[in-house]
Design a protein around this ligand. Sequence first.
Ligand SMILES: NC(=O)c1ccc[n+]([C@@H]2O[C@H](COP(=O)([O-])OP(=O)(O)OC[C@H]3O[C@@H](n4cnc5c(N)ncnc54)[C@H](O)[C@@H]3O)[C@@H](O)[C@H]2O)c1
Length: 276
Amino acid sequence: MQDNTRFDGRVAIVTGAGSRDPGAGGTTLGNGRAIATLLARRGARVLLLDVDLAALKATGDMIHGEGGVSASAICDVSKPGDCAAAVAEAVRLWDRVDILVNNVGISGPPGDAEAVDPDAWDQAMAVNVKSVMLMAKHAVPQMRRQGGGAIVNLASVAGLQGGHPGLLYPTSKGAIVQMTRAMASHHGADLIRVNAVAPGYVYTPMVASRMSEEQRNHRATAGMLKVEGSAWDVAEATCFLASPAARWITGVTLPVDAGRTSGQASASPRPSGLAR
Ligand SMILES: NC(=O)c1ccc[n+]([C@@H]2O[C@H](COP(=O)([O-])OP(=O)(O)OC[C@H]3O[C@@H](n4cnc5c(N)ncnc54)[C@H](O)[C@@H]3O)[C@@H](O)[C@H]2O)c1
């Protein structure tokens, strides 16, 4: 029987696949590295894209160490020419593109509307938002020629809720949520599915460097499940949405957040007599 969670014969592109990691195989690796590794573990050939060559090499070493197949290319996803070349490279290497994971995301400049630097805003919006359009612009025609494909965009719970201290990051992630719906409606008839994953307080190098143990513990227990999430949880959700198992799912944003965006964990037992 066919295992529809596998990617044998498929080609995937993962942006920001270098991620940050204190060492290949560390427990706090970034989302991009975990996603690329899991795709390869399940049979995909993966083109790893990043601006950081050393980080790319570390992800490639991790995949090759497990017997997986990957290649690497330097690509600044805010640059149209780099995105076109990256998709062309996947086709040159392996003749197809089945999966595109738009993982790159940066915190961007801090501050509310009064404080934020407008020039830094433009640059960060290009990295977080324009990049998703640029990569899709080149991947979609290839997927259409092949009869379909899957795009998964990395949003954030910051794009679903208020409460983030900055303005840029939640704005950019909210844009990804809506771009996911719009792209899904544009390309559904070509059997190109477009979904997003919205990670919650996962513990990754993106946040680890700016956090005390107390803050880490607070984040770890903020969700209904009261357990800390990692990049592997994000990677599992991403792989599901990219896989044939999700063939009837498009246009959704899946929170991966231990239930945090659904509400609060019930703190006290239900008062007697209340209807179920
Ligand atoms: N870590 C979290 O807690 C968390 C929570 C919610 C959402 N996310 C989202 O998950 C995604 C990825 O997170 P991660 O853990 O892999 O982050 P990371 O910081 O470990 O990795 C991001 C990678 O993107 C690369 N990059 C930066 N700018 C680039 C550019 N212009 N072109 C190409 N590559 C570039 C960096 O070199 C880095 O390797 C982001 O979209 C982030 O917003 C993370």
